[in-house]
Write a protein that binds this ligand. Structure first.
Ligand SMILES: [Zn+2]
Length: 348
């Protein structure tokens, strides 16, 4: 708490020249107002599925190290894309999954930004030592609102709504055990059973109402389950969490809590649990603040927060790739998990 107050005071000094609007407030780590009808939310500022595919195809032409793979097909027949950087199959491998829930779109925006960065000098040296598998838009039908049920009373304006479930109204992040959906089957058959994956970050958004130390969190992190994961794999999950925490918490907008609590009961159909249990992957669930569309206003965050939340996804992905590439992740101390407060729900 002391550190946050110091950050605010410092920001105030620096920004006193006239950028007060960007100053962090006592209520929120980031700079966007809560939704609750206070501002317009428009889905047109987010990549559509087609725009994403165009972007990926352009990057593939530009980036010698990058390969674009189709790993399956959605219910509505959209190709599921995975971006692959694999210079040496013997290197450690990390999988990033974004937008299992179609209304959690800044995970996709962050993934595309990260992919772009990987084609620049900024990430020099990383790709020789770590393999990256990135699925930027897992639930493409939900992300496009192209589903077999009505989307009434959703908050966002624009040509489409974004929705959590897939076209068959199934929660894809409860389907990793039963594997009833084509999206799940594609991931398991063409990625999880094909590659030797060591780490995985599953990128999500949660509702906008969660707090730590009386301040809205920028996100929450959560490792695999200690009782359902091999001890070394669980330790790797905690180390992956430490890498992400250490990269984000010092940022002015960074404010991470432990996700544990509501919605974290063990279920092998949830990727953070099931992939650790079934494939010995050190998994991390990363829930960023506020979804981009929803029928419940409290789930949605104003789009003025999009900048820092997209950046937060990039910082997390980049930090994990670097720590695995230089093996520093293996020395990460995990004791911070004992002190990391579990987030609490606050009305806003
Ligand atoms: Zn989610």
């Amino acid at each position: 708490m002391k550190k946050q107050l110091a950050t605010i005071a410092l920001s105030g000094t620096i920004l006193a020249g006239g950028m007060m609007a960007d100053m962090p407030t006592a209520q929120a780590a980031g700079n966007g107002p809560d939704y609750q009808g206070h501002e317009t939310i428009n889905t047109s500022i987010l990549h559509t599925y087609t725009e994403m595919v165009d972007f990926l195809e352009t990057q593939e032409k530009k980036q010698a190290n990058m390969e674009l793979e189709v790993i399956g097909e959605t219910v509505k027949g959209r190709d599921m894309h995975m971006v692959k950087y694999m210079q040496n199959p013997d290197n450690p491998t990390i999988l990033y999954i974004a937008q299992q829930h179609g209304d959690e779109a800044l995970t996709t925006e962050g993934s595309l930004e990260f992919i772009k960065q990987l084609g620049t000098g900024k990430t020099k040296g990383i790709l020789e030592n770590v393999n990256l598998l990135i699925i930027p838009m897992y639930n493409a039908d939900g992300a496009m609102g192209d589903v077999n049920y009505e989307l009434e009373d959703y908050a966002a304006k624009g040509d489409r709504h974004l929705t959590r479930l897939n076209a068959n109204e199934v929660d894809l992040n409860r389907d990793h055990d039963a594997k009833t959906q084509p999206e799940t089957q594609g991931l398991h058959e063409n990625v999880l059973q094909k590659y030797d994956i060591d780490y995985m970050i599953d990128l999500h958004h949660q509702g906008a109402q969660w707090i730590k130390d009386d301040k809205y969190v920028s996100g929450a992190i959560f490792p695999s389950h200690p009782d359902h994961t091999a001890p070394d794999v669980f330790h790797g999950s905690q180390q992956l969490g430490a890498v992400v925490y250490d990269a984000i918490e010092p940022k002015g907008w960074g404010h991470l809590a432990n996700y544990a609590g509501k919605g974290s009961a063990y279920d092998n159909g949830i990727s953070v649990y099931g992939l650790a249990h079934d494939y010995d992957i050190s998994t991390l669930l990363f829930e960023m603040r506020g979804t981009q569309d929803n029928a419940n206003d409290f789930e949605v965050l104003g789009q003025k927060s999009n900048g820092y939340l997209t950046k937060q996804a990039v910082v997390a992905m980049d930090a994990a790739a670097r720590a695995i590439a230089d093996a520093s992740i293996q020395d990460k101390d995990v004791s911070f998990w004992d002190d990391l407060p579990v987030q609490e729900e606050s009305p806003y």
